[in-house]
Write a protein that binds this ligand. Structure first.
Ligand SMILES: CC(C)(COP(=O)(O)OP(=O)(O)OC[C@H]1O[C@@H](n2cnc3c(N)ncnc32)[C@H](O)[C@@H]1OP(=O)(O)O)[C@@H](O)C(=O)NCCC(=O)NCCS
Length: 178
């Protein structure tokens, strides 16, 4: 038991040391961490102007966040996610890899009608969320879905166009980034 505890402690310490080394060696990561000291970035990301990100939110590599977007606390946004400008994302939201949030329904136009993602929603990987769409609190969007209409709270939708799969959402573990 003692060995096991020591093993866990050394693993956590090693990963913290590796992270500090990564931040020191990477100029962009370094700047991002200075701008958002309470957010964890897992690699190079592009965060445009006037973006608010809540404490304890984690953001994966190569994610792009458009200007004026608001992201709540405790979110898990994985890698290669594209979030359009002006988007509103609540607390404890999970967004899987390669997902895109779009804000211009009839491009190219100057209109920005971003989606709204409410607290604790879970968006799978490879999802496309169209402009104006609201994803309700605790709703779950299956991988690869194209969401064209609002999703009510605590509902699971899948497919293209996304349709209701079940009238409840399965809870997920928000502790992981990958
Ligand atoms: C939506 C989801 C939660 C449903 O899981 P589930 O409740 O266990 O559902 P099942 O696997 O039993 O599938 C039920 C039905 O929905 C279909 N289905 C499940 N997920 C689907 C999806 N993403 N797109 C389209 N259809 C889907 C299944 O084919 C099955 O159809 P059938 O009844 O005709 O055979 C899950 O499939 C999913 O997409 N999770 C997101 C994974 C992800 O993106 N993770 C990101 C972090 S890596």
């Amino acid at each position: 038991m003692k060995e096991f505890i020591l093993y866990i402690v050394s693993k956590v310490a090693n990963s913290k040391i590796k992270r500090l080394r990564d931040i020191k060696d990477n100029k962009l990561l370094n700047e991002l961490q200075k701008r958002y000291p309470k957010v964890i970035f897992y690699g190079d990301c592009i965060i445009k102007d006037n973006v608010e990100i809540g404490d304890d939110t984690r953001i994966g590599e190569y994610t792009i966040i458009g200007s004026n977007t608001k992201i709540g606390k405790g979110c898990r946004i994985l890698y290669h996610v594209t979030i359009c400008k002006d988007a509103i994302i609540g607390d404890n939201v999970f967004i899987g890899p390669n997902t895109s949030l779009l804000n211009d329904k009839y491009p190219p136009s100057k209109k920005s009608e971003p989606p709204i993602i409410e607290d604790s929603a879970v968006i799978g990987g490879g999802v496309v969320i169209l402009p104006r769409v609201r994803i309700g609190k605790g709703a779950h969007v299956g991988a690869g879905s194209v969401v064209t209409k609002d999703v009510p709270a605590h509902i699971t939708v899948v497919g293209n166009p996304a349709k209701i799969l079940m009238s409840k959402s399965k809870t997920t573990n928000h502790n992981r980034i990958d």
